[in-house]
Each structure stands twice: as structure tokens, then as C-alpha cells.
Design a protein around this ligand. Structure first.
Ligand SMILES: *[C@@H]1O[C@H](CO)[C@@H](O)[C@H](O)[C@H]1NC(C)=O
Ligand SMILES: *[C@@H]1O[C@H](CO)[C@@H](O)[C@H](O)[C@H]1NC(C)=O
Ligand SMILES: *[C@@H]1O[C@H](CO)[C@@H](O)[C@H](O)[C@H]1NC(C)=O
Ligand SMILES: *[C@@H]1O[C@H](CO)[C@@H](O)[C@H](O)[C@H]1NC(C)=O
Ligand SMILES: *[C@@H]1O[C@H](CO)[C@@H](O)[C@H](O)[C@H]1NC(C)=O
Ligand SMILES: *[C@@H]1O[C@H](CO)[C@@H](O)[C@H](O)[C@H]1NC(C)=O
Ligand SMILES: *[C@@H]1O[C@H](CO)[C@@H](O)[C@H](O)[C@H]1NC(C)=O
Ligand SMILES: *[C@@H]1O[C@H](CO)[C@@H](O)[C@H](O)[C@H]1NC(C)=O
Ligand SMILES: *[C@@H]1O[C@H](CO)[C@@H](O)[C@H](O)[C@H]1NC(C)=O
Ligand SMILES: *[C@@H]1O[C@H](CO)[C@@H](O)[C@H](O)[C@H]1NC(C)=O
Length: 501
């Protein structure tokens, strides 16, 4: 029996500190609007199967709720650069488009994730670090016999061959996880991979939801795709690969290392992370990078607060900053949008992001477009919040708030559970792009481990706004927004492939 599992943080009490931080998160920043780009985030989806494993052992709460994590205080100094480390990086947008969605197949903007993953693994010479939520790269992992699982199976083979090539493979996964019958991690361990599982259910009442790779400490992948064959052929996903970017790669590795250390038996979140986990790369002091010849800035943000060592920007703060700095438009694509908690009892209203969007639309006349996803398993209560947000729309008063629902047609793929969904999570403004790992509701920022990458062209660069990478993400959004699969709220009722109607 196939059942959907929500990425449900177990337990009920959560630190309230995040909410406060959300409000303080963007302190007196008098910035000129930074020409911006992207927060790229990894995220996920509970595409899955099986299990419904009952409550996960719940336990002590996380670290210091009032701790000074994820602040943006004075960072330590980063050591010098390694030789050959000139921050001249190349940025590639990657996408998975579900099979049988011809609209996008004819106008792919990103490179296919499956192909890019394969290339990264072939390129690896020394090490591959993978942060993951769950594994189901084979059809057998989820009890499905479908030819579309083949690409995932090929990726698993490539991963399996790394240790024999003297490339160390380090994988960190989550407890709780999904696809419990999966053999993938055991296969990799037998091949010589080092695997650790982080019990975030116990540590933060959440899950490890990050999805990223660090290859040879120089190249990174970060995006919404899980280590799941469906993320390559059945689910809409979006991510970024950045080649030859060792400083950013080392910074992402520091995030990996926080998970790695928490993956030992009985590990506890330290009240304060040791100094070598801190970063000097954050929203206040982004890294100067040359992306495909354009001067840009980049930083990585993380959640939850307890997993942010000194200097690390919290992902919610990064996201809110992107909204607050927008002057011309905010375009958002998320799987799920709730201005509430999702998994706590009693539920709590949490309008942190919602307010930021309303304020941008009302106070600054910034047009907002929100594209959410709907599948057969979507919780229909989401639509009340979407209608509420959209109620602000008042073009005569120059307040523009548009909402559409993206529906991936099931067609003849009903044999693939939790496949036909839009899983991408990103935001693009005239200056910033955010590609995330989280649904937009409180729990994902307070309990769940995620990571985001923010990229923006340097404000001082007159070409900044025309930066190809930002424009690419914008084209992807425009393509999807104007496709037949994006349905307005009025046209939803009766749609066969969306539960929300
Ligand atoms: C987002 O919401 C969907 C639908 O509730 C759920 O299946 C999925 O696991 C959630 N989490 C993420 C990170 O996508
Ligand atoms: C940085 O390195 C790349 C590749 O090694 C090279 O093409 C580029 O010219 C270098 N940039 C600078 C500013 O030295
Ligand atoms: C999967 O399906 C194909 C044809 O649809 C069949 O030939 C094959 O034996 C099946 N494999 C398994 C393991 O059931
Ligand atoms: C892997 O490393 C070992 C020890 O350094 C060496 O003997 C072996 O030849 C290497 N194998 C390959 C495939 O490079
Ligand atoms: C990375 O830089 C090296 C030179 O330092 C170059 O040969 C290689 O093609 C670059 N890789 C990518 C993917 O751009
Ligand atoms: C920090 O230093 C400790 C002790 O040397 C080491 O075990 C750990 O891996 C280091 N962590 C990072 C992120 O460098
Ligand atoms: C509407 O808002 C936009 C964005 O701030 C602004 O450029 C434009 O001038 C406004 N139009 C009117 C009629 O107020
Ligand atoms: C689904 O339909 C497409 C064409 O519309 C076809 O190519 C594919 O083989 C079909 N798949 C299955 C599992 O029936
Ligand atoms: C998923 O969201 C992206 C983000 O805009 C959207 O472009 C795409 O059409 C959606 N795809 C699916 C399958 O829902
Ligand atoms: C950056 O350069 C890489 C390698 O040449 C290319 O594949 C990619 O499309 C470029 N990215 C953008 C945004 O132009």
C-alpha cells in the first residue's frame, strides 16, 4: 500500500525564536537595492512510499532556542585562498521536466539534472559529499516497475563505482526518512561509501531535507531533486550546478560537516558550534564570485537556526531579504504555501512570509506572482490562504498580486506514486533568485534542515541585471507561468489532477 508521507516534524513544541528572528532578520540594512540574484535552495519532496512508520522517537528538544545562531554578526576571517582559487566559477541551471509535458521539453532552459549528475560523477577525482533526505534511485526501492526509473539506476551505478576509483563517497541521510525499503545506501556502503544518518527527528523534531553535492571540494550541485529516480523523470525540479568554485564549495562542505558530526550515535547539537564551522560568507558579506564572466555575489543560507554556526545566514532571513529588496517584481514558485504551521498541535498562524509579500505589493507596488503546485495529494486548505493573499490584488491602486496553480497532468503515469508534481521551490526578482528546499510554512524553517544559495550580480556592475543566470531563471518562471499547466484560482474547480478543487 502506497501512502504519502508528509515530512512531518514530530512532536509539537517548537522554538518561537524563529518568528522573532524573522522580524528582526533584516535589520537596519540601508542598502541600495542590490542587483540580485538567486537564493538557490535545495528542497524536497515527499514523493514517496511505503512507510508511515508511526511516530518517530521524539526527544529532547533542540539546542538553545534563544541561541544566537543564524545571526549575521561579525564573522571570523576566512583563511586565505588556495592557489588556483580565483573564484572564476561557471553557473549552470539544471531542471527535470516530467515526461509527457511537451511544453517544456520543447523549450528546456536548464540542462537535465540526470545528465548533469552523471557528468559530475564522471568528473570526480577525489571526493563526493552528498547531503540527502531519502534514497530511492531504483524502481525496486519503491516497488515500481517502470522504464522511467532507468536514469536513477544509472546514477546509483555511477555512485557505486566511485570508491573503486579511489574517489571517497560520503553520504549523509535523514532519520526519519522515506522509502524505507530502499537498498541504495546499503549498496553504497558495500561498495565502500561512508554513510551517516542524522536523527533530526530526535534533535530538532524535523528531518534533514537538504539536497546538495560537493564534488572534489570545487563543484557543487544544489536543488530540489531528491536522490530519487522520480526526481529525474517524473517530478518537476530545479537546481543549480556551479563548477570550479572552491570557496563556495568549501562553505557548503561546512554545512555538510554539521550534518556529518550529528550523524554519530547519541550526537547532540552543540550549544555553540566550534569556530571552524563558522563562516564569513553571508548576506552581509557575500562572496565575490565571477560567474560566467559576470561579477556576482553569493552566499549559502541554512536552517534550522540550531544548525547555523556563527556567521551563517538563516534561510528565512535570506528569503525575506530577497522579498524586501525587490523593486520591480517578485516571482515565486513553491510546492506548498501556508502562512501557518503545518505539523504542530495546536496549529499557529505564521504570517512572516505572507506579510512580507503583502507589504511589498502594497507599500512598494511591487507586483507579486505566486505559482504553487497542486497534485492529487495536496491539502485543499491551502487554497483559502491563496485566495486571501490574492484578495489584495487591486490593479487600479497599483497593487498586483497574482496566484496560479501548476498542475502536472497525470496522463498515463498513474502507476508512479507521488510523481506528477511540481517540486521546484525558487524565487526570482529583478535582483535575486531563491531556489529552495522548503515548503513555505513555518515548520520548514524552524525544524527542518535545509540549505539555500543566494546569488546576485554585484550592484556596482551596470550589466548586473542582465546577468544571464538571473535571466535564465526568470525565463523558466515565465515559461511555466504562461503554460497551459498554470491554472488560475478561478479555473481550478473540477480539475481532475488537483485535489484542491
Ligand atoms: C511539501 O508539501 C507536500 C504536500 O504536503 C509534501 O508532500 C512534502 O513532503 C512537503 N515538503 C517538502 C519539503 O516538499
Ligand atoms: C581563473 O581561472 C580560470 C580557469 O583556470 C581562467 O580561465 C580565468 O582566466 C582565471 N581568471 C582570473 C581573473 O585569473
Ligand atoms: C517489468 O516490466 C517489464 C515489461 O513491462 C517486464 O518485462 C519485466 O519482467 C518486469 N520486471 C519485473 C522485475 O517485474
Ligand atoms: C587507489 O589508490 C591505491 C592506494 O593509493 C592504489 O594502490 C590504487 O592503484 C588506486 N586505484 C586506482 C583505480 O586509482
Ligand atoms: C574548471 O576549470 C578548469 C581549469 O582550471 C577547466 O579546465 C575546466 O573546464 C573547468 N570546468 C568547468 C566545468 O567549467
Ligand atoms: C573542526 O575541527 C574539528 C577538530 O579538529 C574537526 O573534527 C572538524 O571536522 C572540523 N570541522 C570543520 C567544519 O572543519
Ligand atoms: C505602480 O508601481 C510601480 C512600481 O513601484 C511604479 O513604477 C509605477 O509608477 C506605479 N504606477 C502608478 C500609476 O502609480
Ligand atoms: C505513456 O504515453 C506515452 C505517449 O503518450 C508513451 O510513449 C508511453 O510509453 C506511455 N507509457 C506507459 C507506461 O504506458
Ligand atoms: C513547478 O514549479 C515551477 C516553478 O515555477 C514551474 O515552473 C513548473 O511549471 C512547475 N512544474 C510542475 C510540474 O508543477
Ligand atoms: C555558464 O557557462 C557554462 C559553461 O560554459 C554554460 O554551460 C552555462 O550555460 C553558462 N551559464 C549561463 C547562465 O549562461
Amino acid at each position: 500500500m502506497v501512502k504519502q508521507i508528509f515530512e512531518k516534524p514530530v512532536g509539537s513544541e517548537q522554538p518561537r525564536s524563529l518568528e522573532l528572528r524573522g522580524k528582526q532578520g533584516s535589520p537596519t540594512r540601508t542598502l541600495q537595492i542590490v542587483a540580485g540574484f538567486a537564493i538557490i535552495w535545495a528542497v524536497a519532496m515527499a514523493l514517496t512510499m511505503a512507510l508511515r512508520s508511526g511516530p518517530v522517537p521524539s526527544a529532547p528538544t533542540l539546542g538553545p532556542p534563544g541561541g544566537d545562531h543564524c545571526h549575521q554578526g561579525e564573522p571570523p576571517d576566512e583563511g586565505g585562498e588556495s592557489p588556483g582559487d580565483n573564484n572564476s566559477c561557471s553557473f549552470v541551471l539544471v531542471e527535470s521536466l516530467p515526461l509527457d509535458m511537451p511544453y517544456a521539453a520543447s523549450s528546456p532552459e536548464g540542462q537535465p539534472i540526470a545528465q548533469t549528475w552523471g557528468r559530475l560523477l564522471e568528473m570526480a577525482r577525489e571526493s563526493v559529499h552528498v547531503a540527502s533526505y531519502y534514497w530511492s534511485l531504483t524502481g525496486a526501492d519503491v516497488g515500481v516497475n517502470d522504464s522511467s526509473s532507468q536514469l536513477g539506476e544509472e546514477i546509483l551505478k555511477k555512485l557505486e563505482s566511485l570508491p573503486a576509483r579511489n574517489v571517497s563517497l560520503l553520504v549523509v541521510g535523514s532519520i526519519p526518512t522515506l522509502a524505507l525499503a530502499s537498498e541504495d545506501l546499503r549498496v553504497l556502503e558495500r561498495a565502500g561509501a561512508q554513510v551517516r544518518r542524522v536523527n533530526l527527528g530526535r534533535l530538532t523534531q524535523g528531518v534533514l531535507h537538504s539536497k546538495f553535492w560537493v564534488v572534489d571540494m570545487r563543484h557543487i550541485y544544489l536543488g530540489s531533486a531528491n536522490m530519487d529516480w522520480r526526481s529525474l523523470t517524473q517530478v518537476k525540479e530545479l537546481g543549480a550546478v556551479i563548477y570550479n568554485c572552491s570557496r563556495l564549495a568549501r562553505d557548503l562542505w561546512k554545512i555538510f560537516q554539521t550534518y556529518w558530526d550529528l550523524g554519530t550515535p547519541g550526537a547532540a547539537i552543540p550549544p555553540s558550534w566550534p569556530q571552524n564551522y563558522s563562516t564569513s560568507i553571508n548576506s552581509h558579506r557575500p562572496l565575490d564570485v565571477d560567474f560566467n564572466g559576470t561579477a556576482a555575489e553569493a552566499f549559502l543560507a541554512a536552517s534550522p537556526p540550531a544548525l547555523c554556526p556563527q556567521g551563517r545566514t538563516h534561510d528565512l532571513a535570506a528569503l525575506l531579504q530577497g522579498i524586501r529588496e525587490a523593486q520591480e517584481f517578485v516571482h515565486i514558485s513553491v510546492m506548498e504555501y501556508f502562512p501557518t504551521t503545518r505539523f504542530q498541535q495546536p496549529p499557529r498562524y505564521w504570517p512572516v512570509i505572507d506579510n512580507a509579500l503583502r507589504a511589498a505589493a502594497f507599500n512598494r507596488n511591487v507586483p507579486i506572482r505566486l505559482l504553487v503546485s497542486c497534485g492529487v495529494d495536496t491539502d485543499p486548505s491551502m487554497f483559502a490562504y491563496l485566495r486571501s493573499l490574492r484578495a489584495l490584488h487591486h490593479p487600479e491602486a497599483n497593487v498586483t498580486v497574482e496566484v496560479k496553480v501548476f498542475i502536472v497532468p497525470i496522463k498515463n503515469h498513474s502507476n508512479v506514486p507521488f510523481g506528477r508534481l511540481n517540486h521546484s521551490k525558487y524565487m526570482v526578482t529583478e535582483t535575486v533568485v531563491y531556489i529552495g528546499t522548503s515548503n513555505w510554512s513555518e515548520d520548514y524553517f524552524s525544524n527542518t534542515a535545509g540549505v539555500g544559495l543566494v546569488l546576485r550580480p554585484k550592484a556596482s556592475d551596470p550589466q548586473g541585471r542582465r546577468w544571464a543566470a538571473r535571466q535564465l531563471v526568470q525565463r523558466v518562471f515565465d515559461r511555466d507561468w504562461s503554460s497551459d499547466y498554470a491554472v488560475s484560482l478561478e479555473d481550478l474547480p473540477g480539475h481532475p489532477d488537483c485535489a484542491c478543487t
